[in-house]
Design a protein around this ligand. Sequence first.
Ligand SMILES: [Cu+2]
Length: 376
Amino acid sequence: MFDDKIPRKLFLKSGLITGASALLGSIFFGSGDSQGVGEQSSEGVETDEPAHPGVDHNGMTAIGKVDHEKNGFDPHEMLTDWDTGKVSTLPNGQRLREFQMIAVDKEIEVAPGIHFPAWTYNGRVPGPTMRCTEGDRVRVEFINSGSHPHTIHFHGIHSATMDGVPGNGPGIINPGESFTYEFDAEPFGCHLYHCHSMPLKRHMHKGLYGGFIVDPAPENHPEFEEVARSRLLGTPENEEWQELFMVMNGFDTNFDADNEIYAANTVAFAYQQKPIPIKHDKPTRVYLVNVTEFDPINSFHLHANFFDYYDHGTTLYPTKETIDTVMLCQAQRGILEFSFEDFEPGRYMFHAHQAEFAELGWMSFFEVINENKDVV
Ligand SMILES: [Cu+2]
């Protein structure tokens, strides 16, 4: 239907995309200073010449604001809003964490003026970031209030009947039905959950996914006890860190099996328009999950600094050290650790190093706050 040679952002700009429910407005990509005229002529033809010579282009961004209140979630709050469930103790002394997950169809705004008919867990994309401790009993009541059959498939170790896949145990949960998944939280690490109904590509990219973080239980790791305590939510050692959660995702707004919008935590350019504050005297830990559909690989690149990486988060020592870029296949995830301790204050970029993804939304800033140093 569309000429593949025409950049996708041109379709976004010119409104050639069909399907009004998928795209209710048009996004203007370009410099924040140039009110979206960027590098396109008035005829919508891309040129090499800046549309406004002499204008100081501050980089790609979106013009306008997403209505987070209407969406019912804010990508900045999603960075730290861990859902630790309802906590109690079982007769055998094991800690129980109970969660409720409701599948709901919901239109969300993924970039200013661009709406996407999502399928959600609890009305948000990504779904709640579940966080528990290694060895906890996890009980998740799943209610399907959506219009299609769904499941929840957890990455982790559990029985076949709790796997959330068609034809196994309860299999798919039809609209109006419910099922309670139950298992022990293991192994520790940075995991995810997602719908496993068919067609899988469609069910996943519509928004049915979220983070599932299992903190290590320090008593199980005497040789790395201090590291484990720093990862365990609620300990003084954990308080010394700034922890952030990011899902790298994309949205096919015109249903051509290709993404038009990319982001971390759903809203394009959210952390560029409003950078994430970072205190220089606290190290940062990012729980990173890739759920981007259609494109086989996504990536995270940090500017002006390097990080240590823990693949899947299932080790207490880095699996890669002193890198500034990591690439993740679909469903791959990991933990990044870095520090801006001696850095001057200012904005430090991070983004997908696939330039196309960055230009279509996966472009962000950390705002380092250092009262001890001046901006040079
Ligand atoms: Cu589904």
